[in-house]
Design a protein around this ligand. Structure first.
Ligand code: AMP
Ligand code: MG
Length: 484
């Protein structure tokens, strides 16, 4: 047994199952008919300390359990588009927490692994296209240094999945620093006692913010840490043009990682009101509303903590309010400093906000591409035809003077810009092409090439050039579907 453990590298622990039992259900993945590996993330496997060969990949279909696994599905709740619901892993199981050779702890979760006690009306399964989509975009986010869950493997199940049409079933293996969500706290507060919320809060602190463990103010500090992590994360989303699409409280991880890649997408043309998700009828989660929605979610989180913040309700509410009000300050600082990097500016100046707003207004008015404008500025070729206007010329001259008058050399500024402006993003039309080829033609080559160029988005290598091309006008109105 121990030889086997050493060979495969599985080193699973189960700290989550020490929480009160109503936080989860013991649940095995449901085996599938004929699993076939589609993609396996060797590099991530190595970081996790796994040394698997072809015969070991059945664990990613749920047909075999890895050594030491005691699988479970997590209970949680969530506000979905503003409405409270009891949810839970309806199609996922946590195989365990892998302890890496560096001593880090990561949840290993199968998504699409069959029905669970939380499945409600669902079939517990997932479709190949959306699982590959999560793989591509989560790995691209990681390469862009945006905190995110990651993707270790996708396998097909050999079983049909019935959606609007019959699709190929698949299972994704997701790796996360944890799957504790705002919705997990909402579940504890709704269904449990103050002691259950405290147990979850203490567990979360031990796992994610261990330095707070012995602090008598640890619960308010937990809230502040989560506010800080979300402010930083959402600023990174906005700086890269990312739209999550379904920022329900069950899809907000306490760790500050981006989680649950459903209808998410990157914006092409800069428009702050952009919405891609077909189910976001009222634009609740539009690009520019994401900070506001994060605050809304954090308010729901803080409500669950109120009994732990003070014995006096008014005081608890005041403490929570002050912590959450900090979001806007922190978000603004992160966003401003990110924009300075994108534009190669080392020093802060009073007019920075106006400089950034002016550029964004020009992009919006001229329907210019967000990523490509910064890319063009980075390689000194602002040749997007839509920016052929005097407003942009004036802005450019002003910015160029500002950048040239700094102490560090222009070379250093250009280098900073290169590290802050991705030369390539997973553009919707490219992702679609890759998924169509994989799903309809069993051709993985387009996806593999896309994954290759996305590996180092700041490389500015010649093979990335073609990936900067915009979609044909006919494919501009892009819709994403939860169609999972
Ligand atoms: P999501 O929109 O992916 O965040 O999922 C919202 C909730 O629906 C979660 O509790 C999921 O586990 C559940 N869910 C989504 N798809 C399915 C499915 N096919 N079968 C069962 N539960 C599902
Ligand atoms: Mg979800």
């Amino acid at each position: 047994m121990s030889n086997q453990k050493n060979r495969t590298g599985w080193k699973l622990e189960h700290s989550y199952s020490k929480l009160p039992s109503f936080f989860y259900s013991t649940q095995k993945p449901v085996p599938v008919k004929s699993p076939e590996p589609v993609i396996y993330n060797q590099e991530l496997a190595q970081e996790l300390g796994l040394k698997l060969d072809k015969n070991d990949l059945d664990v990613f279909a749920g047909n075999k359990l890895p050594e030491g696994s005691v699988p479970l599905s997590m209970a949680y709740a969530g506000h979905q588009f503003g409405y409270f619901t009891i949810l839970g892993d309806g199609r996922a199981v946590l195989l365990g927490e892998q302890i890496t050779p560096e001593g880090k702890r990561f949840d290993i979760q199968l998504k699409g692994s069959g029905r669970t006690p939380y499945s409600r009306g669902g079939d517990g399964r997932a479709v190949l296209g959306p699982m590959l989509r999560e793989y591509i975009i989560s790995e691209a986010m990681h390469s862009m240094k945006i905190p995110t869950t990651r993707s270790l493997a996708v396998v097909t199940t050999g079983e049909p999945v019935y959606r609007e049409s019959v699709k190929a079933g698949a299972v994704l293996t997701r790796v996360a620093s944890s799957h504790i969500r705002v919705g997990t706290f909402e579940f504890a507060a709704k269904k449990g006692t103050k002691d259950d919320v405290r147990a979850l809060a203490d567990y979360t602190i031990a796992r994610h913010f261990p330095s707070l463990q012995n602090d008598e103010n640890r619960y308010v500090l937990l809230l502040k840490e989560v506010v800080q992590a979300q402010a930083s994360l959402i600023a990174l989303w906005l700086l890269t043009g990312f739209i999550h699409g379904v920022m329900n409280t069950d899809n907000m991880a306490i760790s500050g990682e981006t989680i649950d890649y459903g209808p998410c997408a990157f914006m092409d043309i800069y428009d702050p009101d952009t919405v891609f998700s077909s189910i976001d009828y009222h634009g609740r989660y539009a690009y520019q509303r994401q900070p506001k929605m994060a605050v809304w979610n954090l308010a729901r989180f803080s409500e669950t903590l109120l009994p732990l913040l003070s014995d006096h309700v008014d005081q608890a509410v005041q403490i929570a309010k002050e912590a959450i009000d900090e979001f806007h300050v922190l978000f603004h600082e992160h966003w401003m400093s990110g924009m300075r990097k994108k534009l190669g500016l080392f020093q802060e100046e009073d007019q920075d906000q106006a400089l950034f707003d002016d550029l964004l207004n020009i992009l919006r008015e001229n329907k210019a591409d967000y990523t490509n404008t910064f890319r063009a500025l980075t390689i000194e070729r602002p040749e997007d035809i839509r920016l052929n206007c005097s407003a942009f010329d004036n802005w450019y001259t002003h910015w160029d003077n500002r950048r040239s008058n700094q102490t560090p050399t222009k070379d250093k500024a250009m280098q900073m810009m290169k590290n802050a402006n991705p030369s390539v993003i997973p553009r919707n039309h490219r992702v679609e092409d890759a998924l169509v080829a994989a799903e309809d033609k069993n051709d993985l080559s387009i996806m593999e090439k896309l994954l290759h160029v996305l590996k180092d988005p700041y490389a500015y290598s010649p093979d990335q050039e073609e990936y900067a091309q915009l979609p044909r006008p006919s494919s501009c109105i892009y819709r994403t579907y939860c169609g999972t």
